[in-house]
Ligand binder design. Structure first.
Ligand code: GLY
Length: 408
């Protein structure tokens, strides 16, 4: 397959919005197989924010989901035990990144700085999900260097949950998840490692790096089946580190293939390779990505669990597709062979095109960017809804694509 990407339409326009930090690159990206109107998908996101942001005025809460029969975000309290508080500010930081519009930066600052005290959370692993999209993007995209200490403290809190007998960070407490009595690690935990890599680079403390690498190695060894699909929850013996149980919380069954779990793995190992440049992580990222791609339906958006996918009535999980699309754009730049670069890039474009289409876009239907995600069907909630983290990884992917195209 010949790879021929070209800008059909390449126009640098000086944005009419007077508060912009930089000119906007308007591009359509196309190749033999598919094409995407990147600027339209970015414009759609900005349009959705223009509708949603004025409604989201309570700084003690963050938008979490939109039920299938509603159009406005359901907000939940910025509570230490709720893992999603960082995604809304993260979306605003990326909105600033892709549009240059200072309005989103100002809003992002406002929505980031309300939960600074979460830096001390040691009750669960989600501090990475909570702090990095908000403060990490604020540091990187917004130039907010004053967030450094908050991020370093957050990394220390996360690192405090590392058990060296096991070789992983303890994801959940047994009190909140009483099915398991000992050390629990979930595949989602891979994403939290990014905070540790960041902390290692921004301090003189290699402990953060060592913990992240050990966690990734142990998870690679224990968390994946022979067929390269992932279990959700592993219970380890806290003292000798042996695997006691392989289970699920959000998947269809203990031994089923929960789609977002595999997506976290794809994103996680791609990121670990980016941070370590250790080839074994790249090889592994490719293997589990190839497995994920093999399991996908025609529209590139999985059902919420691959083991229910043959039933067309089962709900989709657009959040998994957004997570993987973002990861694939990075992965396509790490792999050596031109064929793999094209394969991953094209798959990402197809996913983003599908997500931005009438089938998944919320434009004209609800206040989110995307519809049709599933948080936890096995627990009976967040079924076929809009989810804030689906929107986060979607706009992250658009930002990555825009940066990739700008480099060409
Ligand atoms: N980290 C929680 C989830 O993926 O639902």
């Amino acid at each position: 397959m010949r790879f021929k990407i070209f800008f059909l339409f390449f126009l640098v326009s000086f944005v009419s919005c007077k508060n912009s930090k930089k000119p906007t690159l308007i591009a359509s990206v196309s190749n033999n197989e598919t094409s995407i109107d990147l600027q339209k998908q970015i414009d759609d996101c900005e349009h959705q924010l223009e509708i949603a942001v004025p409604k989201l005025t309570d700084l003690t809460k963050h938008p979490r989901l939109i039920d299938a029969d509603k159009t406005a975000w359901k907000e939940v309290t910025n509570n230490k035990l709720i893992w999603t508080s960082g995604f809304y500010p993260g979306i605003l930081w990326y909105a600033y990144d892709v549009t240059g519009n200072e309005r989103w930066k100002n809003e992002a600052i406002k929505r980031t700085e309300v939960f600074e005290d979460f830096k001390n959370i040691t009750e669960h692993h989600d501090i990475g999900f909570m702090m990095f999209p908000a403060y990490g993007n604020g540091y990187k995209i917004g130039g907010k260097k004053e967030y450094k200490d908050i991020l370093l403290t957050s990394a220390k809190s996360l690192a405090s949950r590392f058990n060296s007998n096991v070789g992983t960070i303890r994801s959940w407490s047994n009190k909140m998840h009483p099915r398991w009595k000992q050390h629990i690690t979930i595949i989602d935990n891979m994403l939290n490692l990014e905070l540790l890599f960041w902390a290692s680079k921004h301090s003189n403390d290699s402990k953060f790096y060592d913990i992240a690498v050990k966690h990734a190695e142990t998870t690679m060894k224990n968390h994946f089946r022979k067929d390269l699909t992932s279990w959700h929850v592993i219970e380890y013996d806290s003292i000798n580190g042996n695997v006691l149980n392989r289970h699920t919380k959000q998947g269809f069954a203990d031994d089923s293939r929960w789609s977002r779990g595999q997506a976290w793995g794809v994103y996680g190992y791609t990121m670990v390779y980016k941070e370590t440049k250790d080839k074994k992580f790249l090889d592994f990222a490719q293997k589990i990505t190839d497995k994920y791609l093999d399991l996908l339906p025609e529209d590139m958006v999985p059902a919420w669990d691959f083991d229910v996918q043959s039933n067309p009535k089962e709900e989709k999980d657009a959040s998994a597709a957004a997570v993987v699309a973002s990861a694939l754009l990075d992965l396509s730049t790490f792999v050596e062979s031109k064929e793999d670069q094209e394969r991953y890039y094209n798959a990402a474009i197809k996913m983003l095109k599908s997500l931005g289409s009438e089938n998944y876009s919320a434009v004209g239907k609800a206040d989110s960017f995307l519809l049709h995600s599933t948080g936890a069907k096995s627990l009976g909630h967040e079924i076929d809804v809009a989810l804030i983290y689906a929107d986060y990884y979607y706009i992250e992917a658009l930002s990555r694509l825009k940066n990739l195209e700008a480099k060409k």
